[in-house]
Design a protein around this ligand. Structure first.
Ligand code: NOJ
Length: 745
């Protein structure tokens, strides 16, 4: 027997022993038994992720020999590789490698796979944790049946600057709501447990503070105090860890001068240290190498050293781990224990996902066909979409429209749009028509009866100055009883690298509105966008406005449901909408300052713009319903509490309108005097309730010490004795009930 063959037999027997005793061993023992067999090159291989050749979501590194590297066991994961056939063919190659370590397939499953759901920012406006969890669950069911095991979601970055294109991907400006949504999304993606066939491993991103890019310019630097970081930007990440997120992604930005990818404070001290995170951290696309551009490291060798030392376990696309890590180990710059720790974390997830038991378990054609054609998925998407549409204005109860309306003119560049309405992160699923969507036009056709005539004109393009289509639009408006105008952004105007300095409605779309209003016909405006836009003309002149975002596969049906009152809108904004781009950043939980702005718009020596109201156009928590709700009878079971104690808060809400509906009742607190300044109000709880016409419900909230706590000057998490205001509102501005209480020693 030659040496090589003996070696092969030894490895083969180790692996089979590994499989035979697999059941009895803990995952950590299994991981160790694989690790012991691995060469340094194979270990480093596990720490690399490459892009497949299907689609690219970043600048591609040309590499002619990916398959060869997989065969040699030099690759741990691929991204942008979707579908049973494609993932199976790559996994087959991995099975030709010496140790047969299965590949992980990662993908941006951000708001759906085949069935698309509203963009995350829209969906967050539902404040409906069950709906949010359900959309992630369905996305996971479809994607995991299509060979994928890992999603780069949820994005839990707090975002307060709508110029930043990626606001569309998160849950808005508030850390409390953002944390709840982070939890719901992680639970939804991962299901009961990793390893279930329909579970997709989650990835909380981008760690950390990526949403605070200066000026809203994507990839820009972030400079912030530790208090802001801990109180506002980190809580959703902590919530993701607590919910069991399997992985984290670091971020492109530097934080106070240190790139997040090479930031030990973030990844080692906080995430893997204080929070005891047991999963692994993947870099963002190329971010290891980009530390050279940041000017924080000299070359790829230093970049790999910095990233690995700081706790980044897997290099997405940059090739710096591949090219330099072995040398760094040989040079004793990177101890083997560090490499082993990273590889252990990655292998552990592969075991938890069941990939060692069956590398092809997510590659079942029959399951893929079934999951992608499940008739319940579009229904769920429609329901989540309805809950995401925000009614911003409804003068004289123009909405809902009567189903007996004789003639409706449906106008605008987005009426018949298909892919345009799917939102930025729509996945190209093999074999699925990328125009798979119910357009707004189709949705309206599905809704109205034979007695209604629908007229259509495009009117104009989304961008540009051409007004040639106006005449036709005006002509059909004149024939109609009501006009619906659908305007907004292109779907790729919000998203990664889609920052805009001017967030107005593009092109001549608002000019078209002006002409339509001049006909004297009632005009309902639908605004389709991936971010809060500025649309002052529309706000001032249009009688009814629905913010319809990007709603996904069932856009048209869900919009029609809301237009005709089959669904009574309930969504509330999760980001403040500015009146002008110059008003950014604007968010509700600001400080009072020493010279507070005055609500009467007197700007004399106070903290406000002389040429603008102090209020946003639409505030955080704002959103109308076809019903009106009365808030009454606020009661606190006690007016004083001690640390560790609690106060029960109750109130009644009554539906005074003509429609059954849902209301999102919000509880805000203000700590009047703090050893560090506290925000003017902070969301600390909410309740979404359903009320039939005339129905009253009593809601209870519990205030405990945690809700009163913040980081003091020594960065200790404390609740300081003193007076607190409690405010119950239909939005952060529309406070309906108030009281106060004391925290005593
Ligand atoms: C870069 C983005 O920042 C990140 O969110 C995404 O997951 C990766 N590209 C992969 O597409």
């Amino acid at each position: 027997m030659n040496k090589l063959f003996k070696g092969f037999l030894f490895i083969a027997s180790c692996i089979s022993v590994m499989h035979v005793t697999a059941q009895k061993k803990t995952i950590d023992q299994k991981v160790d038994s694989v690790l012991r067999l691995m060469t340094l090159e194979e270990k480093i291989g596990q720490m690399n992720q490459y892009n497949d050749d299907w689609t690219a979501t970043g600048p591609v590194t040309l590499d002619s020999d990916k398959a060869g590297q997989v065969r040699k066991g030099q690759l741990g994961s691929l991204l942008n590789c979707v579908g049973v056939d494609r993932t199976r063919s790559w996994q087959n190659i991995a099975m030709e490698s010496r140790l047969k370590i299965p590949l992980l397939f990662g993908q941006d499953i951000i708001h759906g796979y085949k069935t698309t759901f509203p963009i995350p920012l829209a969906e967050a406006c539902s404040w409906d944790m069950d709906a949010i969890e359900l959309s992630a669950r369905i996305s996971a069911t479809e994607a995991s049946a299509s060979g994928i095991n890992w999603t780069f979601a949820p994005m839990v970055d707090i975002a307060r600057d709508p110029r930043w294109g990626r606001v569309m991907e998160g849950a808005g400006e508030d850390p409390y709501l953002g944390s709840m949504i982070a939890r719901a999304r992680v639970k939804g993606f991962q299901g009961n447990k990793l390893g279930d066939l329909n579970s997709l491993m989650a990835c909380a991103k981008h760690f950390a503070a990526y949403g605070a890019a200066i000026g809203g310019r994507d990839y820009n630097s972030v400079d912030m105090s530790d208090r802001l970081l801990w109180e506002v930007y980190l809580p959703p990440f902590k919530a993701a860890v607590d919910a069991g997120a399997g992985t984290f992604m670091n971020s492109f930005n530097d934080l106070n001068g240190v790139p997040a990818t090479g930031n030990s404070y973030l990844q080692r001290d906080i995430l893997k240290g204080k929070w005891n995170f047991k999963g692994f951290v993947v870099s963002d696309w190329g971010s290891v190498g980009e530390m050279i551009n940041h000017g924080n490291v000299k070359d790829g060798y230093e970049a790999a050293l910095s990233a690995v030392t700081a706790g980044c376990d897997m290099d997405m696309e940059s090739r710096n781990f591949k090219n330099h890590l072995a040398q760094l180990v040989k040079d004793k710059k990177v101890p083997m224990t560090l490499v082993d720790d990273a590889v252990r974390r990655i292998l552990r997830k592969k075991f938890e996902l069941g990939l060692f038991d069956d590398p092809f378990r997510f590659c079942n054609k029959e399951r893929e066909t079934q999951a992608l054609n499940n008739p319940e998925h579009p229904l769920a998407s429609r329901s989540v979409a309805e809950k995401s549409i925000v009614l911003l204005k409804n003068e004289n109860h123009l909405l809902p429209l009567s189903k007996n309306t004789k003639t409706i003119a449906f106008i605008g560049p987005l009426v018949k749009a298909l892919k345009q309405n799917k939102g930025f992160w729509d996945v190209e699923v093999p074999g699925v028509d990328s125009n798979f969507i119910v357009s707004q036009w189709e949705g309206l056709q599905n809704k109205v009866g034979a007695g209604t005539t629908l007229l259509y004109a495009k009117g104009c393009e989304i961008e540009g100055t051409n007004k040639d289509g106006f005449a036709e639009a005006v002509a059909i408006a004149k024939q109609a009883d009501v006009v619906i105008l659908s305007i907004g952004e292109r779907r790729d105007m919000s998203g990664e690298a889609k920052s805009r300095s001017n967030i107005g409605i593009p092109g001549v779309q608002e000019d078209l509105l002006k002409e339509l209003l001049a006909t004297g016909k009632p005009v309902v405006v639908l605004i389709n966008a991936g971010r809060p836009l500025v649309f002052e003309y529309t706000v001032e002149h249009a009688p009814a406005i629905l913010y319809t975002w990007w709603l996904g596969s069932e856009s048209g049906n869900s919009i029609a449901d809301v237009l005709f009152g089959d669904y009574n809108p309930s969504a509330k904004l999760v980001m403040s909408f500015p009146r002008s781009t110059g008003q950014i950043p604007i968010y509700y939980s600001h400080f009072n300052t020493g010279r507070p702005a005055r609500s009467d718009d007197n700007h004399n020596y106070n903290s406000s713009y002389n040429d603008l109201s102090i209020y946003p156009r639409y505030e955080f928590g704002y959103g109308l319903s076809y019903s009106t709700f009365l808030y009454s009878n606020l009661q606190l079971d006690r007016k004083q509490m001690k640390p560790g104690g609690s106060i029960d808060v109750s109130l009644s809400v009554t539906n005074l309108g003509k429609y059954d509906g849902e209301e999102i009742v919000q509880l805000y607190l203000r700590d009047r005097v703090g050893s560090v300044v506290r925000p003017v109000l902070e969301l600390k709880d909410f309740s979404k309730i359903k009320l039939k016409v005339g129905e009253t419900k009593v809601i209870h909230f519990k205030i405990d010490t945690e809700k009163l706590s913040f980081y003091n000057q020594k960065m200790q998490w404390v609740a300081e004795p003193g007076d607190f205001d409690i405010m119950i509102g239909a939005s952060s501005k529309d406070i309906r009930l108030k009281d106060e209480f004391k925290l005593v020693k």
